[in-house]
Ligand binder design. Structure first.
Ligand code: HEM
Length: 386
């Protein structure tokens, strides 16, 4: 069943206590791992979700994720003048390298880790058909290897007790030493690491790619974004750092990220399944049915977003995030746990991009939005210093 009604969608996302549970395919559960909050129900979901949230809350962002992301982006988004880049490839690469650095301080020599994670990400929503050569089969093998590699990294980290990396793995190891923590085993640590990488990798990298495109196509929005970000740089030394106050002041940048997510309809929707016969607006949805909560439709509803097909970041400056039909990051008890990290990653990339470069299209770039948003032939722009 497909549901496009905003009220019913909202109800479906917040009715886990009425037996409406996530209904993702087997491949998703297997790839993200058994300890990913998205795979758990009831009290297990509550406790794993809260341990995941402590990795990505405001304190973690202020003290670790923001400074690390800033240093990474400052050096990654550099020396691009007069180069032609395929932003589809670049977005995937930048996001994967960044998250591996945040999770396990891996940046250099992490090619194999990057490739394995990417291969696993390809099977989140594919049919679980395990013949030699199918994507699912390759991803399964990649996950097994990934678990071994992460296990080795954990062992090394435990052995070098005195080294401090200030990353997600350090935090998880600290939790596992506390007997009151829900994180006790290496398997749980590994699943949290994989969840941190995979839960936001594809979405954030696609937002990044599409933001580059929308900003190119809407120079007025690009100018406004540049103005806000140059203001932050003003009066600072060349190797400046972006602090928490700077980041909080980037309201137009945040608006660009949200408008890109809304326009590109990345998450076409969320899957739910009924575990009891459920009555909604006079209709009975039988037990065991799958429901596709069509969020893409809700994010193009003209009653909520006037002129919904127009790229208009300004609409987010008037507190639209607290609108009752805001569901770009899901809703209810399963609303995205890493929302602020996803917004941070894209915002920091955009900061260094717009303060350093302008970009012009090379060739005719084509975007398709089904089954996933992608540029089948790449998304090429030539960059110039600004
Ligand atoms: C900006 C990009 C992102 C978007 C658009 C996004 C979107 C979503 C959505 C829509 C859901 C809910 C799915 C459902 O209800 O079935 C979700 C759940 C989740 N997201 Fe994100 N996400 C993003 C980034 C991230 C990042 C960066 C992380 C991790 C650092 C993350 C971690 C999670 C987790 C753990 C869940 C499961 C929550 C639960 O079941 O309690 N997400 N995300």
């Amino acid at each position: 069943m497909v549901c496009t009604d905003p009220d019913v969608n909202k109800y479906l996302l917040s009715s886990e206590n009425k037996g409406i549970f996530p209904g993702y395919p087997r491949s998703f559960s297997e790839m993200v791992g058994k300890w990913n909050p998205a795979n758990l129900l009831g009290s297990e979901h509550k406790s794993m979700r809260s341990s995941f949230l402590s990795l990505v809350n405001t304190q973690a962002i202020k003290e670790m994720l923001l400074p690390k992301t800033d240093v990474f982006m400052q050096s990654y988004v550099s020396n691009w003048s007069d180069k032609i880049l395929d932003f589809q490839k670049t977005s995937n690469e930048v996001l994967m390298r960044l998250v591996l650095k945040l999770v396990a301080s891996k940046e250099e020599n992490s090619k194999e880790l990057e490739e394995l994670m990417h291969q696993v990400s390809l099977s989140l929503f594919t049919p679980a058909i395990s013949f030699p050569g199918t994507t699912y089969n390759k991803s399964h093998k990649a996950r097994r290897k990934l678990v071994q590699m992460l296990g080795k990294i954990i062992e090394e980290r435990k052995a070098s007790k005195c080294s401090r990396n200030n990353d997600v793995l350090d935090t998880l190891l600290r939790y596992s030493e506390d007997s009151n923590s829900v994180i006790q085993t290496d398997e749980q640590i590994i699943d949290h690491m994989i969840s941190f990488v995979l839960s936001g990798y594809e979405t954030a990298s696609t937002i990044l790619m599409m933001a580059v495109k929308y900003l190119h196509d809407h120079p007025h929005a690009q100018d406004e974004l540049r103005k806000e970000n140059l203001e932050i740089r003003k009066g600072k030394p060349e190797d400046y750092k972006i602090n928490w106050d700077d980041y909080k002041s980037m309201s137009f940048t945040r608006a660009v990220v949200l408008e890109t997510l809304r326009m590109a309809s990345l998450g076409l929707g969320f899957l739910r399944r009924t575990t009891v016969d459920t009555e909604i607006k006079g209709y009975i949805i039988p037990k065991g049915w799958k429901i596709f909560v069509c969020a893409a439709e809700t994010s193009k509803d003209p009653d909520t977003y006037p002129e919904p097909l127009k790229f208009n970041p300004w609409r987010w400056l008037s507190n639209m995030e607290s609108h009752q039909y805001f569901m770009l990051f899901g809703g209810g008890a399963r609303v995205c746990a890493g929302k602020e990290v996803g917004i941070l990653e894209v915002s920091m990339f955009l900061h260094y991009l717009v303060t350093r470069y302008r970009w012009e299209e090379v060739g005719e770039n084509k975007i398709v939005s089904f089954p996933r948003v992608e540029a089948p032939n790449g998304l090429y722009y030539r960059l110039h210093n600004c």
